[in-house]
Each structure stands twice: as structure tokens, then as C-alpha cells.
Design a protein around this ligand. Structure first.
Ligand code: PMP
Length: 444
């Protein structure tokens, strides 16, 4: 093999194993090593690898037609997928705008929110508020709404300088309080921000139901989203929920926000929507918003060449059907309990685990030097990277959720295996993680 690679990797100069094939919860490299996919790649491969039903759906659609352009044709696959999403989604989120990545899905939500107010003669409503410790994507609009310090840093001059509010991060409450005596000060922070800025200038508020990449499955306290919805309604602000990581069954319900019975105005989907079998994502839009746009300019100013292509739509539809047929959302809830209990047990054995959190099969571990004071490790100790590398040596993949808070604190990983994991595979995952954490504790 030619030594020189022409592919730009995340870390230039590092070597990466070459994936050969995937079966179930395992990925095999070209050297014959097997990796237990403990994080579904980037919390994406929700039904595992190599599922025959999906491969057949891919082949069947490819045999008919793979590409059509959205301004020329619709397709049976895109129509059926739109209907299926409307069926799964809460409330009146009845319409889907198809895109290709989570970043495009949140950025399209931002554009639709602005357009919604413009159509009603309120163009000054154009800011989107978000939270520190959030990640909504890497394109400039999505990054403008993201409170992920490390990912923003290089591009700050290009980003909108929109205000951010404190996250519902109970482990290190930004207000130094504790639930329930805090009375949800974090949610009320949105109201305070709106009063300061003036709601006439704000189009929307965006939030991940459970904070993923920028904190490691940070789960809000009970009542948080109900309060957020009330505040949005009171000040006429649209609520955008970013379900790119939490959606399509990951947390043990169809969507993360369903845990709190709240209906957002816009919802961004990606990742698990196609379980990684093909790139596709979507912005779900409330019927009320669509009505305003239909009575106004009639066209949403967004879209990409590959939007709603029948090939990706057929794959995502097959994935949703597979999840329904095999009752995999209930399985995610069930296996999630086993995983969470197992991680809590690991916490008893490993001092460096400061917190275990999450819902369903989206679990997070935060690492600390000292449990009582919750002192983080210094950045140069690279605890997250060490855990990921040690896990890999033991044949286990976990996902980094570090570096978001201030580029220094916040060593955490996400554990999020496929919903199809068996009970034995969850046990094996925990055993391998146990060995990896012991290695890291010995190293540092
Ligand atoms: N939103 C959330 C909540 C995410 O976790 C991610 C990806 N980690 C994105 C948006 C961006 O998605 P993509 O990488 O597909 O652009």
C-alpha cells in the first residue's frame, strides 16, 4: 500500500485504523481487529452495522432512481419519509425540510425562524439565543448558535455575537444552587436575557434536550423544558429543539423532548435518522409556521442539491421501519437502564469518574481529579484522550465530549451503543471500559 494518504484526517500525522466492514455492534479493521462500537460512531449507527433490510432497501431504491432534484420532482421515498417523521414527531411538527447534515438542519431551522417573523412584518426579530455548553453544528450559522468554545475559537470574528444563557448543568450549577431549591434559575435565565435584550429582537431559542458533544449527556432537571416553553410563549420566541443526537429513539423515546411532553416549533434531526447508512438530516416544522409561509412568500429560502434525494430518503425510511418492527426504542430504554446501572457501578470502582448521567442509550461520564471538590484535571493531562485510547486498546469505542466549557475543564465521554446491543454486549462494553479506566488511573 502507498504510505502517503491523500485524505485529511482529524489529526494530521496520526494514523487511523482502516475500517474493513461492520457487523452488528462490531467494526472490523483491515488488520482483523474487532472494535465494540460503544458510541455508535458519532452517536449515529443506532441499529448497528450491516443490517440486511437496510442494504436491500438501498439496492431497491438505487435500481429505481437515486437522484432527483427537489425543484423538479418529489419521490415516493421522500413523501413516505416525511409522513413517517410527522407520525413520530410530537404535536403539529408535520412538515419536513430535508438536508444532509445536522449542521444544515439547525441552520435551516434558524433561517425558517427568521423568515417566519419576516413574513409577519417583524424583520427585527433576528437573533437566536442559545446556551453555553451547546453544539449545533460547524457551519457558520450553526456555529453562531453554538456555545462550544473550542470549535468557535478560530472563527469568532465571522460569527454572530448573539447572547447565550447558562446551561442546565446541575453537576456544576452555574448559579451555585441545587435542584429543587434552585427553582430552575437556569431556565429563568432565558427570561432575564429576553428582558435585557428585548424580545422584539429575538427570533428563537435553540437547545439540545440533552447536551451531547459539549458536555457529555448533560440532562436538565425536571420542569426545565416546561418552563422554557412557557417563557418562549410569553415573549413570542420560537423554540428550536436540536435533536440531532437525541432524536430517533436514542434516549428511549422517539425524541428527547418527549421526556418532558413539550412541543417545539422547529426540530433539527440528523445522525440516527439514517443510522449512518447514508447522509440525510431534516428540519421539522410546525404546521403553524408553514401556514404563515404558505400565506406569504410560499418558498423557504434554504435547500441543497442533495435535499430530499430519493436514495437517502429510502434508507432513512427503512431505518425508521426497522426500528418500529423490532421495537428498538423500547429496547434502547431497557438497555439504557442496564448501561446506566453498570456505569454507576464503575463509578464506585473508579475515583476519576465524577458524574454519570444521561437517558436511555445516551450516557455520559465526567472525569475529575477530586470528587468532593469536583476539581477537573488540567488540560495537559488529556484525560478524555487517554480514556478513548485506552478503551480502543481494549477493543472499545467511546466518544469525546470534552473541551467545550472553556477549552480547559470538562473531561467527559459519551457511551452510546447501538439500540440493537444485546444484554451480553452491554456487559462486555462495561468490562472493557472498566479495564480502560483502570489503565488510565494507573497512567496519571
Ligand atoms: N447538533 C448536535 C446536537 C450534534 O450533536 C451535532 C453533531 N455532533 C450537530 C448538530 C452537527 O451535525 P453534523 O455533524 O451532522 O453537521
Amino acid at each position: 500500500m502507498n504510505d502517503k494518504s491523500h485524505v485529511i484526517k482529524p489529526l494530521l500525522g496520526n494514523s487511523y485504523p482502516t475500517a474493513a466492514y461492520g457487523r452488528g455492534v462490531y467494526i472490523y479493521d483491515t488488520d482483523g481487529r474487532a472494535y465494540l462500537d460503544g458510541c455508535s460512531g458519532a452517536v449515529t449507527a443506532n441499529i448497528g452495522h450491516g443490517v440486511q433490510e437496510i442494504i436491500q432497501a438501498m439496492q431497491a431504491q438505487a435500481a429505481r432512481i437515486s437522484f432527483t432534484y427537489r425543484s423538479q420532482f418529489t419521490s415516493e421515498a421522500a413523501e413516505a419519509l416525511g409522513a413517517k417523521l410527522a407520525q413520530w414527531a410530537p404535536g403539529d411538527l408535520d412538515y419536513a425540510f430535508f438536508v444532509n447534515s445536522g449542521s444544515e438542519a439547525t441552520e435551516t431551522a434558524l433561517k425558517i425562524a427568521l423568515q417566519y417573523w419576516q413574513e409577519q412584518g417583524r424583520p427585527e426579530k433576528r437573533m437566536v439565543l442559545s446556551r453555553w455548553m451547546s453544539y449545533h453544528g460547524i457551519t457558520l450559522g450553526a456555529l453562531s448558535m453554538s456555545g462550544h468554545v473550542l470549535r468557535r475559537k478560530r472563527f469568532v470574528p465571522l460569527l454572530e455575537d448573539w447572547p447565550v444563557v447558562e446551561p442546565p448543568y446541575c453537576y456544576r450549577c452555574p448559579f451555585g444552587k441545587a435542584y429543587p431549591s434552585c427553582k430552575l434559575a437556569c431556565a429563568d435565565g432565558l427570561e432575564a436575557a429576553l428582558q435585557r435584550i428585548g424580545p422584539d429582537y429575538v427570533a428563537a431559542f435553540i437547545a439540545e434536550p440533552i447536551i451531547g458533544a459539549s458536555g457529555g449527556a448533560v440532562t436538565p432537571p425536571p420542569g426545565y423544558y416546561e418552563r422554557i416553553r412557557e417563557i418562549c410563549d410569553r415573549y413570542e420566541i420560537l423554540l428550536i429543539v436540536d435533536e440531532v443526537m437525541t432524536g430517533n429513539g436514542r434516549t428511549g423515546k422517539a425524541f428527547g423532548i418527549d421526556h418532558w411532553g413539550v412541543v417545539p416549533d422547529l426540530m433539527a434531526l440528523g445522525k440516527g435518522m439514517s443510522a449512518g447508512y447514508t447522509p440525510i438530516a431534516a428540519t421539522l416544522v410546525s404546521a403553524r409556521l408553514i401556514e404563515v409561509i404558505q400565506n406569504g412568500s410560499r418558498s423557504i429560502m434554504a435547500g441543497h442539491t442533495f435535499s430530499a434525494n430519493p436514495q437517502s430518503a429510502a434508507v432513512a425510511l427503512a431505518v425508521m421501519n426497522y426500528i418500529e418492527t423490532n421495537d428498538l426504542i423500547a429496547q434502547a430504554a431497557e438497555r439504557g437502564k442496564q448501561l446506566h446501572t453498570g456505569l454507576k457501578r464503575l463509578m464506585q470502582a473508579h475515583e476519576l469518574i465524577g458524574d454519570v448521567r444521561g437517558m436511555g442509550l445516551l450516557c455520559g461520564l465526567e472525569f475529575v481529579q477530586d470528587r468532593i471538590s469536583k476539581t477537573p484535571y488540567p488540560l495537559q493531562t488529556c484525560v478524555t484522550e487517554r480514556v478513548i485510547e485506552a478503551a480502543k486498546r481494549h477493543g472499545l469505542l467511546v466518544y469525546s465530549a470534552a473541551g467545550a466549557i472553556n477549552g480547559q475543564a470538562g473531561d467527559s465521554v459519551i457511551v452510546a451503543p447501538p439500540f440493537t446491543s444485546t444484554s451480553d454486549e452491554i456487559t462486555l462494553l462495561l468490562e472493557r471500559l472498566d479495564m480502560a479506566l483502570a489503565d488510565v488511573a494507573a497512567e496519571i
